[in-house]
Structure formats: structure tokens, C-alpha cells
Design a protein around this ligand. Structure first.
Ligand code: FAD
Length: 478
């Protein structure tokens, strides 16, 4: 164990004091620890993020700052290029090492590489820990030591590996004159990014709120009825911890270990299966992170080379993209999902799949357009999961839905929102319409409501167009 007078802990996507691997290591190795968060310095219209997510991040940072102060610490804010800012902070504080939790995204990896070079050049140590995932990309490999490209065998290996236990909450921070006297940028919330607060009803942010969400999932029926209820968007039947995993207000170790305790204490076969299904969702998250780690090109192009070069449609034709984004397609389930996203910064998983397939298979628009819209609006916007979800739905990704399996929005409505509760919640102009009307296209002679559009396309016709389009592309590239 190294022994330093003073070290820096760089908070990134680990905004918590409980079970924070690198922070615990920093506190063991350093007599004094300088905790820092480096704000990005882009302004307003960054292509991949939006106000809701920055509001949530602001809440997480405020809460972390208070939590640190309550145990004798203090969160230092800086803004700008992380490597430059850390270099300056090392100089000011005379820190001997930097501690961080590794970020599996390509941008995070790139920054870590640059930081390592800088640390070497100035003669200090850099310590990185595994924290964002239970198993990093090179821990879950096939027998021939190559990455999995298909989820089921990946998840079997992932499940078979022993899971690290969570560590306790940090209760005390060492006294440090350097930390007390250090200048910090005053953080003015979302104004820092030149953004204005919106009406988006975002979830409560911070470690305490995250722990409440996890406790609720464990103590209510969310996990024990997960397999039966998770596909019903009208129910609050999923955990809602996506944003907490995104910003690290909960650790995946803690989530897995609490779900495992519940599993061990549960006798009922169906309840056990449900908890197991929930755990397998955590494996989906790490599968997509591993795919992005091994094949970072998926951010630019289709994972499956067979589908590269497909000729996607024009988003401006008949304002297709805009109508989809604004929830004005005339397909109630699609519009409800997109309006839920605009109002709350989230969308139910089942509906994410339906709207994604609609954009790519009914409107024939590139999955990247949907991916960008989701990243701007989703509070749990996670590069790997989002890219994985979009490429899955468009049929171009790792272990994706085959191109000919095209979900029918009308039958999906019948199956997952049979009494129209979800649709009515998000489309008030349809509140008085019989739910049976949501399961088939409205005729121009009988619109659902004077304020609600007719379906912008004919699903059966567009389905045939897509089948033809994919078949032709396949034939031309063989
Ligand atoms: C087109 C599309 C885009 C998506 N974009 C994102 C995204 O940006 N960020 C994101 O976290 N998830 C994304 N997902 C996956 C999934 O929709 C969300 O993780 C889930 O809805 C979050 O709700 P929850 O926290 O209540 O999840 P729960 O159902 O309670 O699951 C618990 C956790 O498991 C993980 N998980 C669950 N389902 C999936 C899945 N299908 N793929 C990967 N991880 C999963 C998440 O971390 C989730 O928080 C996307 C799915 C699709 C189809």
C-alpha cells in the first residue's frame, strides 16, 4: 500500500461516498485527500446532452458537496480540460498521486491515457480502479479469449463470475489545511453551461435519493414481480435507478449484492426468476459497455458490417423526424413515449424499443438521429446502452433483433397498454377515447380527436418497404 502525504481523488461518474473504490483507496494511501470535480466547459448546445441531465448532475454534485462537508471534507470545483486542470491542481497542492475510478467509455479511456502521460511527465503516480462495472470488458471473454458478440453466452459467463462485495460508507475525512485553504470555482448549477432550468420533472438527485430508490425496489414488489410487470409501461414496475448508475450515486456492486440477498431469502420460484431477470439486466448494461469498449467504432457506424451503407431516408421529408421528436406521429403509443421523454427525461424500456423500431423501420430514418435525440433528453443517457439499444432496434447491432422482426406498434399497444392507461397519461387529448381505438390506425373520416393527428404512415406498407430495402442491400453486398 503506497503511503503519501497528499493525494487527489478525481470524482467523475462515481458521485457517492458509499462503496467508492478509488476514494477508499485514496483515503487509505494519503494522509490528506483533495476531492475534485471538473466541470465540462462547453456551453448550451452540446450535441449529446440536455438540460434535464445537467439539472440531475447539478443535484448530484450539490448533494455530494454537502455529504463531503458533513464528514469534514470539501468538494473542489474546477472547469475545463480535465488533464490540464488536474496538472494545475497537482502543482498547487503538491499532491503525490491522483486516484480515479476508470470510465469504460472511449472518451474516458482517452482522457485516462493523456492523464497517465502527464502524471509520468511530472513524476507523480496515477491509480485507477474498477468501479463503474462489476466486470470490466476483458474479464468476460470467450474460451478463446475473444470478446463476446452475443448477449446470452456473455451473460452466462458474467453471471458465473464471483461478484465483489460492496465496501462501507466513508464516515470521516482527514483534516487538511491545504484543502481548507484551496480556492474552488463557485459552481452555479446549470447556469455554468449557459442553460436555463426547464419544467422537466426530473427525479430527486444525489446519493440519499438513489439509496431510497434502491430500497424501494428491494422492499416493494419491483424485483420480485420484475419478470411479469417490467413490460407494462403504465406500472411503476422497474427500479428507476438508471440515472444513479449513470452518475454513480449507487455502485453496481451494491445493487447486485442487495438483489442477491433478496434472492437468497426468497423461496417462491417465480419471484426468484424475477430477481434473476433483474440481475440479467445489469449484465445487458455491461454487455453493451463491453461492446463499446472492444468496438468503439459502433459510435460511428453499424456494429454488423453487413448493414453498413444502407440508404436511410431523409429526416426532413414531410418533417418526419420533427413529428417523431414532438410526439405527433398519430401512433398513440409512440407519441406517449416521446412526450413522456420530453416531460420527464425518461421513457419506459418497452416503449423505447417501440419508438426506436418505428423511427428506423416505419420512417426509415437513421438510428443515429434517434440515438442523438435520446442522449439529449434521457437523464439516464448512457453512451453504451443507448447506442446498444438503438442498434439492437434497428437490426444493425450486436445480437440485434433480425431485420425481419419488425414490431407492429398497434399489436404492441394491445399487448403492453391494453387499457390505454399509459397513452392517456401522456396524451391528454386522448383521455376520453376508448382504448380499443389505440390498437388500430384511425381513419381520416374518424380521427381520435380534433387535436390529434392521423397516423403519418401505414405500418403494413412501411414494413414491406423495410423488408425489401434490407433484402436488396443484403443481395447487393453479397
Ligand atoms: C433505444 C434504447 C435506448 C436506451 N438508452 C439507454 C440509455 O441511454 N441509458 C440506459 O441506462 N439504458 C438505456 N436503455 C436501456 C433501458 O431502456 C433502460 O436501462 C431502462 O429503461 C432504465 O430503467 P430502470 O432504471 O427502471 O431499469 P430496470 O429495468 O430497473 O433495470 C435496472 C438497470 O439495468 C440496466 N438495464 C436494464 N435494461 C437494460 C437494457 N435493455 N440495456 C442495457 N441496460 C439495461 C440499466 O442500467 C437499468 O437501470 C435503452 C434501451 C433502448 C431500447
Amino acid at each position: 500500500m503506497p503511503n503519501y502525504q497528499r493525494v487527489i481523488h478525481w470524482f467523475r461518474r462515481d458521485l457517492r461516498l458509499t462503496d467508492n473504490t478509488a476514494l477508499s483507496e485514496a483515503l487509505k494511501a494519503g494522509k490528506e485527500v483533495i476531492p475534485v470535480y471538473i466541470l465540462s466547459d462547453w456551453k448550451r448546445n452540446h450535441h449529446w446532452t440536455g438540460t434535464g441531465r445537467q439539472q440531475f448532475l447539478t443535484g448530484c454534485l450539490e448533494s455530494l458537496s454537502e455529504d463531503l462537508e458533513s464528514i469534514g471534507g470539501r468538494l473542489i470545483f474546477r472547469s475545463g480540460d480535465a488533464v490540464n486542470e488536474l496538472k494545475k491542481l497537482v502543482k498547487t497542492t503538491e499532491a503525490e498521486a491522483i486516484y480515479l475510478n476508470r470510465d469504460p467509455d472511449p472518451y474516458g479511456i482517452e482522457t485516462e491515457k493523456r492523464l497517465l502521460e502527464t502524471c509520468r511527465s511530472i513524476g507523480i503516480e496515477l491509480h485507477g480502479s474498477k468501479d463503474v462495472v462489476l466486470h470490466e470488458k476483458d474479464e468476460v471473454l470467450t474460451q478463446s479469449a475473444s470478446p463476446y458478440r452475443v448477449y446470452t453466452p456473455y451473460s452466462k459467463t458474467w453471471m458465473s463470475l464471483s461478484k465483489p462485495d460492496p465496501a462501507a460508507k466513508i464516515k470521516k475525512f482527514p483534516k487538511s489545511k491545504t484543502l481548507n485553504e484551496l480556492k474552488s470555482l463557485s459552481f452555479d448549477g446549470i447556469a455554468h453551461w449557459s442553460l436555463k432550468k426547464t419544467d422537466t420533472e426530473i427525479p430527486e438527485a444525489g446519493e440519499k435519493a438513489a439509496r431510497k430508490r434502491l430500497k424501494n425496489a428491494i422492499e416493494s414488489t419491483v424485483l420480485t414481480r420484475y419478470a411479469q410487470d417490467r413490460n407494462t409501461p403504465a406500472l411503476e414496475a422497474t427500479s428507476g435507478i438508471g440515472p444513479d448508475l449513470r452518475y454513480g450515486t449507487l455502485s453496481p456492486r451494491e445493487i447486485f449484492s442487495q438483489s442477491q440477498k433478496l434472492l437468497d431469502d426468497t423461496r417462491s420460484k417465480s419471484e426468484r426468476e424475477s430477481i434473476f431477470t433483474f440481475q440479467k439486466q445489469l449484465a445487458w448494461r455491461e454487455f453493451f459497455m463491453a461492446i463499446l469498449g472492444h468496438y468503439p467504432e459502433v459510435l460511428e457506424t453499424d456494429f454488423n458490417p453487413k448493414w453498413r451503407g444502407l440508404k436511410w431516408g431523409d429526416p426532413d421529408e414531410d418533417n418526419k423526424l420533427e413529428r417523431w421528436q414532438n410526439g405527433q406521429t398519430g401512433f398513440p403509443i409512440i407519441d406517449a413515449g416521446l412526450r413522456q421523454l420530453a416531460a420527464t427525461g425518461t421513457m419506459h424500456n418497452r416503449v423505447r424499443m417501440i419508438v426506436a423500431m418505428f423511427l428506423t423501420k416505419d420512417l426509415h430514418l437513421h438510428w443515429k438521429l434517434g440515438e442523438a435525440h435520446f442522449m439529449r433528453h434521457l437523464i439516464d443517457g448512457e453512451i453504451a446502452n443507448n447506442n446498444g439499444g438503438w442498434q439492437w432496434s434497428s437490426g444493425t447491432g450486436a445480437d440485434a433483433a433480425p431485420y425481419f422482426r419488425i414490431q407492429n406498434p398497434w399489436t404492441q399497444t394491445e399487448r403492453y397498454d391494453p387499457d390505454g392507461t399509459y397513452i392517456k397519461k401522456w396524451i391528454p387529448e386522448l383521455a376520453e377515447v376508448s382504448p380499443k381505438q389505440f390498437r388500430k390506425p384511425a381513419e381520416s373520416s374518424a380521427p381520435l380527436s380534433p387535436d390529434y393527428p392521423l397516423p403519418m404512415v401505414d405500418h403494413s406498407e412501411e414494413r414491406e418497404v423495410t423488408l425489401d430495402w434490407f433484402k436488396q442491400h443484403k443481395a447487393s453486398s453479397e
